[in-house]
Design a protein around this ligand. Structure first.
Ligand code: 13P
Ligand code: 13P
Ligand code: MG
Ligand code: MG
Length: 365
């Protein structure tokens, strides 16, 4: 039977930074494009390669459904080839996100981030793909809440009869490996107690009340390695728009006010998520501040028409100015919380070593 549905897969990895953690070398992007075009020619309907900071994003459409071994293998092999290029150029942290040598056909938990959705293409199918660097999947919680549940952001929830009944949020508990779904607006307050703790509870996907997929993020189960949870990485998010779903402008609107997210320098600081054009996604100051880009596509029979670099619009200039002001302010706190993350959430820590060194010097008070 011919599959009438199309699958959109966005798979990303950092396999080497140019310079430091700033960007991706053009030769690596060329390699990624070459791999998808050659190895994916019988598999993909269309593809587009881009980067945000030091992360390579493979945007692919196909008929294989989500979690396809063929698609995940293609992406993995592409990242391996890019790693070879990165190694030959001695790029920083070459192969950083390919956590295992033993890839078995499913990318989940292997390092790269994955957001995939399968759907029946509508008569017109506008899609926004958000890609961020120097932050984690919890960064999407606040904007997703605003887009799909806040009438002050999304007037469609109030005045569009097709959206008036609201949406369902699927939320992952990254520590306990559990998931739960909330119906909104009925369960708004229950939802918010979890979404507000975005280091632990993260939106995986959003559905209409009729069960149509509207948004999916690269949130994945985390792995416990050496007693610590790893696997929260620079995230991507796919959002379908219009005709009963939020309009493109409603989807972009939350980013006009840069919220604070975890990440930035050494993955260990809070900073404002600055919306930028793809060209401006070169995080330099203190390896940041964290960036988000938004690429708009119209799908036509699986073909990706675009991208439109949506945050290139001058309408986001004020958001960038605000983000820079907040960055300037919060940087003054240096190693103090709440700029620096709490001890148990930092990606890097000297605490066990320092504790060990000082263990004989702690006295009862
Ligand atoms: P190095 O210890 O390799 O300098 O890594 C630090 C770093 O780049 C953290 O992002
Ligand atoms: P990435 O996660 O983008 O590689 O950044 C690492 C980092 O520690 C930057 O300071
Ligand atoms: Mg990096
Ligand atoms: Mg990165």
């Amino acid at each position: 039977m011919i599959n009438s549905k199309i699958t959109l897969s966005v798979i990303k990895a950092d396999v080497g930074g140019f310079v430091g953690h700033g960007s991706v070398h053009p030769k690596m992007l060329e390699k990624a494009e070459e791999m998808l075009k050659e190895k994916g020619k019988d598999l993909l309907v269309d593809c587009f390669v881009t980067n945000v900071g030091d992360d390579i994003n493979l945007i692919m459409t196909h008929k294989e459904g989500i979690n396809s071994e063929k698609i995940h293998t293609l992406a993995w092999d592409t990242f391996l080839s890019c790693t070879e290029v990165a190694k030959s150029l001695k790029m920083y942290g070459a192969g950083q996100d390919l956590l295992s040598d033993a890839f078995s056909g499913n990318m989940k938990g292997m390092g790269p981030g994955i957001a995939e959705m399968e759907f029946e293409e509508r008569p017109s199918e506008p899609i926004v793909i958000f890609m961020a660097d120097k932050t984690e999947p919890g960064a999407w919680n606040l904007p997703l809440y605003k887009i799909f549940a806040d009438p002050f952001n999304t007037i469609g929830l109030v005045i569009d009869p097709k959206m008036h009944s609201g949406f369902r949020f699927e939320v992952f508990d990254l520590i306990k490996d559990k998931k739960v779904t909330f119906a909104c607006p009925e369960e708004l307050y229950d939802l918010l107690i979890f979404l507000g703790a975005s280091n632990r509870y993260v939106v995986k996907s959003i559905y209409t009340k009729e069960g149509e997929i509207a948004a999916v993020s690269s949130t994945q189960k985390m792995n416990q390695m050496a007693g610590r949870y790893v696997g929260k990485d620079d995230p991507v998010l796919i959002v379908r728009c219009q005709s009963g779903l939020p309009a493109v402008g409603e989807v972009l609107e939350p980013f006009a006010n840069p919220h604070l997210v975890a990440g930035w320098m050494r993955g260990s600081h809070y900073g404002p998520l600055m919306p930028v054009s793809q060209k401006q996604a070169l995080p330099t100051r203190f390896d940041g501040p964290p960036r988000v880009i938004a690429m708009g596509f119209q799908l036509a029979n699986g073909k990706l028409h675009g991208p439109q670099d949506l945050f290139a619009d001058v309408a986001f200039d004020m958001a960038r100015q605000k983000a820079l002001k907040v960055a300037d302010y919060i940087r003054q706190m240096g190693p103090f919380e709440p700029h620096r993350l709490p001890l148990d959430e930092m990606e890097y820590t000297t605490l066990p070593g320092v504790m060990e060194k000082l263990k004989g010097r702690f006295e009862q008070c």
